[in-house]
Design a protein. Structure first.
Length: 226
């Protein structure tokens, strides 16, 4: 109760399974007394490209453009574009970040990757020697909630799905100092029975009920590759 949650949501269709998972999270967490903010990236027409347009006013070095350096400098002087400042404010205020998306090519959809690329700039999310446990977003939790096309059995044959989470959970969230809760994976909602779909939605509601009692994972190579 009183906790602040930011859900970054990447699906085009509200009637989708991802849309249903989002709706459940908003309802359940609100019911608990959390304040919930949603960044609905497609509905916002969120810009995924990391370009010159993200810097307002003069460039630090206009001879040769370096996105990392320019956004870092712009952040320090309050010169990032308005959409980025707004997302950073939402992140800053949040106790928990939930990412809700369908798996695209063993990864997050481009629009969500663009959110990571553009919002988590140096100086805001991490800094020189302030990374991993020392990252600037310490004290926050994150949770990757996603759906797949492939079945759980297929993923078990091909290899552990945890490998895919290394770049997202460790490379991004842990790097920024954010602790990681167990991912929530709904396998193949398109290819299971209506009954199974309802079961998966109920399981998400149930998990959210006790979410605040969960311990973060030990986000080290062992969790992913052992
Ligand atoms: P939907 O099709 O929206 O939902 C499935 C079904 O659930 C629908 O019939 C819908 O009506 C129904 N539903 C919605 N809400 C409810 C409700 N409340 N109760 C009951 N039923 C409901 N998959 C992989 O495994 N690996 C990949 O690498 C991968 N790469 C991809 C790359 C691209 C570019 C694309 C487009 C897809 C890829 N996929 C991959 C598949 C993708 O991950 C799945 O299509 C997606 O996760 C399915 O989720 P959805 O929300 O879009 O499902
Ligand atoms: Zn880690």
């Amino acid at each position: 109760p009183g906790k602040k949650v930011l859900i970054v949501y990447a699906h085009q269709e509200p009637k989708s399974f991802n849309g249903s998972l989002l709706k459940i999270a908003v309802e359940e967490l609100s019911k608990q007394g959390c304040s919930v903010t949603v960044s609905d990236l497609y509905a916002m027409h969120f810009e995924p490209r990391a370009t010159r347009n993200d810097i307002v006013g003069h460039l630090h070095n206009s001879e040769a453009f370096n996105y990392g350096v320019e956004t870092w400098e712009a952040y320090k002087r309050g010169g990032l574009s308005k959409d980025l400042i707004e997302e950073q404010k939402k992140v800053q205020e949040a106790d928990l970040l939930i990412f809700q998306f369908p798996l695209f090519w063993f990864n997050m959809p481009a629009i969500l990757k663009g959110w990571m690329d553009r919002v988590l700039v140096q100086g805001f999310a991490y800094d020189l020697s302030k990374a991993y446990d020392g990252g600037l977003l310490q004290g926050k939790l994150s949770l990757f909630s996603f759906t797949t096309g492939g079945s759980k059995e297929k993923y078990a044959i091909r290899g552990d799905i945890r490998y895919l989470l290394w770049p997202m959970q460790h490379g991004i969230m842990h790097f920024c100092g954010v602790k990681v809760l167990e991912p929530h994976i709904c396998y193949a909602p398109e290819n299971v029975s209506e009954e199974k779909r309802k079961e998966m939605l109920t399981a998400w509601t149930q998990r959210l009920k006790t979410l605040w009692k969960e311990e973060p994972i030990d986000c080290s190579p062992d969790w992913y590759f052992k």
